[in-house]
Write a protein that binds this ligand. Structure first.
Ligand SMILES: Cc1cc2nc3c(=O)[nH]c(=O)nc-3n(C[C@H](O)[C@H](O)[C@H](O)COP(=O)(O)O)c2cc1C
Length: 309
């Protein structure tokens, strides 16, 4: 019998779609049928971004408030899938608005219920807590998370902050000022995403996903950076205060709210350039005593397990 695979994704730049196509390439044929469903927000999020709009998407992203999107075609909705590959990106330490909107919809409940799901993530580098939120969203849609792949910008944190801003505001994935490295996931990592395909194919054909994540990890599907784990954790605490505050000031684009958004933007710069380096020094000072905690975190965040806290 034909195995049906659905690839659900959203991507402004096409980076994530390239990765998903490469992962899927080895699956094609041999009784496997692959369909794609690209989420289309209504209205679309403009790319390249205008600065104001970029920061103004923060409250709804972080608080996971759904927005409108076009319904999937009936031919997508009317099939039962053996596997769903869900490609998403991180906006403000959380899955992006189009992805949250889809996952909280009735369409997701129909498509994902009792279905094995592999999450494929491409972002700058801070995804750990976003994936925790993703585990919860998938659990509430009764999906079965069976694998996770995360591709990131491998340059050091502060370099990637500069280069991703250039990319998001200019729309060009090229070297900022001709001297910085190219932003985002490297062409090499995008091409080599193909290596995950055979392990996924084997699991799919044998209808057994129980040791897929283990195999993916051997293929280096996730890399846990303990310093980014700390920064992500702190960032979430502070973002939740800002989001709760700003959401009370009005809807997207409202002048009263935009004043607060501007303050948030300055705060974000301060957090990146002043607070993060302090967190890094503390991280180094506590490096030895924290080694067990780091090992526990590395194991947990590489796993598909969801701990309620
Ligand atoms: C509004 C916004 C916020 C973002 N926040 C984060 C973030 O918190 N962490 C991160 O690693 N990447 C972040 N990114 C980068 C995205 O995850 C992603 O890599 C980039 O937007 C590429 O776009 P695409 O996947 O839509 O093609 C953000 C991007 C946007 C547009």
């Amino acid at each position: 019998m034909m195995k049906e695979v659905l690839i659900i994704y959203y991507s402004q730049t096409g980076q994530l779609l390239d990765i998903l196509k490469n992962i899927a390439a080895p699956l094609q044929g041999d009784g496997i049928n692959i369909s794609y469903y690209g989420i289309v927000p209504d209205p679309e999020f403009e790319f390249p971004w205008k600065q104001e709009k970029f920061y103004d998407t923060f409250p709804e992203s972080f608080l996971q408030i759904p927005a409108k999107f076009l319904p999937p075609k009936d031919e997508i909705l009317n099939k039962k899938y053996d596997l769903i590959i869900l490609g998403y990106q991180v906006w403000y330490l959380t899955s992006s608005i189009p992805i949250n909107s889809f996952l909280k919809s009735e369409f997701a409940k129909t498509l994902l219920k009792d279905t094995p799901v592999i999450t494929v993530l491409a972002c700058r580098n801070m995804w750990i807590q976003a994936q925790e939120k993703m585990k919860r969203l998938l659990a509430s849609a009764d999906a079965k998370l069976v694998g996770h792949i995360a591709l990131v910008d491998r340059n050091i944190n502060h370099i990637s902050v500069i280069t991703i801003s250039h990319w998001m505001f200019s729309g060009r994935k090229d070297k900022f000022l001709g001297i910085f490295p190219r932003p985002g996931v490297s062409d090499k990592d995008i091409a080599e995403a193909e290596r995950f395909g055979p392990a996924i194919k084997e699991a799919l054909l044998s209808a057994s996903f129980s040791n897929l994540q283990e195999k993916l990890i051997q293929l280096k599907s996730v890399n846990i950076n303990p310093f980014l784990v700390r920064t992500d954790e702190r960032g979430n605490v502070i973002f939740s205060k800002w989001a709760d505050l700003i959401i009370k000031k009005g809807g997207p684009g409202e002048p009263k709210r935009l004043k607060w958004i501007r303050l948030f933007k300055y705060y974000l710069q301060f957090a990146i350039w002043v607070i993060a380096p302090i967190v890094f020094v503390v991280f180094l000072l506590t490096y030895l005593p924290m080694s067990q905690k780091r090992n526990r975190e590395r194991a947990y965040y590489s796993s598909l397990e969801l701990k309620e806290n």
